[in-house]
Design a protein around this ligand. Sequence first.
Ligand code: APR
Length: 230
Amino acid sequence: MKKIVVLTGAGISQESGLKTFRDDGGLWKEHRFEELATPEAWLRDMDLVLEFYNWRRKQMYEVKPNPAHLALVKLEEKYDVQIITQNVDDLHERAGSKNILHLHGELGKARSTVDESLIYDIEGWELKKGDCCEKGSQLRPHIVWFGEAVSNIVPAIQISGTADIFLVIGTSLIVYPAAGLINYVPEESIKYLVDPSAKPTGHVSNLNTIREKAGVGVPHLVKQLLNEAD
Ligand code: APR
């Protein structure tokens, strides 16, 4: 069975109704990320950071997977599919994808501030001051903040190196180390980039750019890949 590795970003969740980060009206346009998604912000204003992620978590539970998420599940019928996502939403999980690696954390989870191996599912959409881990410390969002290590990048690099086909869906490829994963994909592997505003990536070999929204471009691409697998 051929291996397809899929790198997704906020763009795949945009048609579900979740904002991207850098599009017009994107998340960071309304909020300066220095105020919200950094360890310093957490120390400076825990209530604001908790409120920001509660707002995003509440939104996440009000939306559902879109045809792009669902098409990637269909791909599993004839390919060994591994998703590597920069997204912290659970839309790939809710769509039914089996192999998902989150690079930047998960909105539905919280972790201890004294022992980062202690990770908990958040009941409902609110994480509040006073919600503590079993060691009695305040729980924080299980999100990789700017300036923090992306611990899953090592397995992500290893997985990218095994791709026969590499799909990049809905990411501006601006934030490293995630944006560098495409450089670990074998030269001869076929790559597809699905993004209505895809920017030229001159240095990438065997790249097919599909300037479509994910909800249209991904189902079409999956249909083509399933036909080719026969
Ligand atoms: N379908 C496909 N792509 C889309 C769609 C859509 N419907 N709508 C927007 N896009 C594209 C945009 O053109 C853009 O290239 O999705 C990309 C979104 O880019 P960003 O907003 O930068 O999001 P992302 O690449 O996921 O950001 C990476 O930055 O802020 C951090 O941790 C955060 O994981 C995030 C990381």
